[in-house]
Design a protein around this ligand. Structure first.
Ligand code: RIB
Ligand code: CA
Length: 314
């Protein structure tokens, strides 16, 4: 089966790192762009290069935005650790970044690669800037999927998910100008938990990627236990990649989704219009997102684990 050409925009990040491995195995990963998010742009770029080195993969990494469009720069070091990869010791990458212009790379690659699927698993700053540079970007993409938002609730605040909250102005541009996107929100990713069983299976596989993923899971499972009392860690970003690689494991429906920018308690919230008229625009708002509602979580967890183990056998 022909592998989907994929470009991942990310902020590695523990779950981003696992997502890169899954994409490297399941897709034709044509490139990686990095953005400020979980940690600063130097660290996210370093981490993306380091993960590709561990995986023994020749995939270029292009540095992107160092800060949000308008919001102050934030991070999630309290979740991902000071380096962004937990307490994992990862070898210094020997390759350098291919460029410091992620936006150009996104726009040029969309025009050059047929049916390219763009997957954004960090704040949407680079994607918004790419839309500003090339308003025709949506017409050159085969698809666009994000890990972001939530049907209700949040993780970084009571009402907002981190990727949207970190740069809500960018998210507003992307949701209003990308045409149609697939939204993999917390309602889905909070069902896709990897825990000790998956960690032990990865460690037993003893491949470079599997051992790195097991070490990352050690950190993520401990943090999920401390923050939420869960026995497994939500693997947000790899779930978004799986929504592209195996869409039959998910179900969603098309809805109008707006980004709240001004609420003192709701800034960064994804406001999903559930009114019946929203399905055909009677509410005056356009359906702009395929909001995923259900997931075969057990199958996704198994597929992520299988993919990580298989990476090094390429
Ligand atoms: O809210 C989860 C998202 O925020 C994930 O992409 C995680 O890596 C962080 O960026
Ligand atoms: Ca991320």
């Amino acid at each position: 089966m022909k592998r989907v050409p994929m470009l991942i925009d990310c902020d590695p990040g523990v779950d981003d790192a696992i997502a890169l491995m899954v994409a490297a195995q399941g897709a034709d990963l044509v490139g990686i762009t990095t953005v400020n998010g979980n940690v600063g742009i130097d660290a996210t770029t370093h981490n993306a290069l380091a993960v590709m080195e561990v995986a023994g993969l020749d995939v270029d990494v292009h540095r992107g935005a160092a800060r949000p469009l308008i919001s102050p720069t934030v991070d999630a070091r309290h979740v991902h650790g000071p380096t962004g990869l937990g307490s994992v010791e990862i070898p210094q990458p020997r390759r350098a970044e291919a460029s410091a212009d992620a936006v150009d790379f996104i726009c040029d690659t969309a025009r050059a690669v047929s049916h390219l699927h763009l997957v954004a698993i960090g704040p949407l700053t680079n994607i918004a800037l790419a839309l500003r540079k090339d308003p025709n970007l949506p017409s050159h993409l085969g698809g666009f999927t994000i890990m972001g938002g939530a049907h209700r609730g949040g993780n970084v605040t009571a009402s907002a998910e981190f990727n949207i909250w970190a740069d809500p102005e960018a998210a507003a541009i992307v949701f209003s100008e990308m045409g149609m996107l697939t939204m993999v929100g917390l309602d889905i990713t909070h069902q896709v938990l990897m825990g000790p069983a998956e960690r032990d299976r990865l460690r037993a596989a003893a491949t470079p990627c599997a051992v790195l993923a097991a070490d990352l899971l050690d950190h993520a499972v401990a943090r999920a236990g401390e923050i939420r009392g869960w026995s497994g860690a939500p693997i947000h970003d790899a779930t978004a990649v799986m929504a592209v690689l195996d869409p039959d494991l998910f179900e969603g429906d098309h809805r109008p989704v707006a980004i709240e920018l001004n609420g003192s308690h709701t800034r960064g919230m994804t406001v999903i219009d559930e009114r019946p008229g929203g399905l055909d625009g009677r509410t005056g708002s356009k359906n702009n997102a395929n909001v995923l509602r259900t997931v075969n979580a057990e199958a996704v967890v198994t597929a992520i684990t299988d993919a990580v183990i298989a990476v090094d056998q390429q």
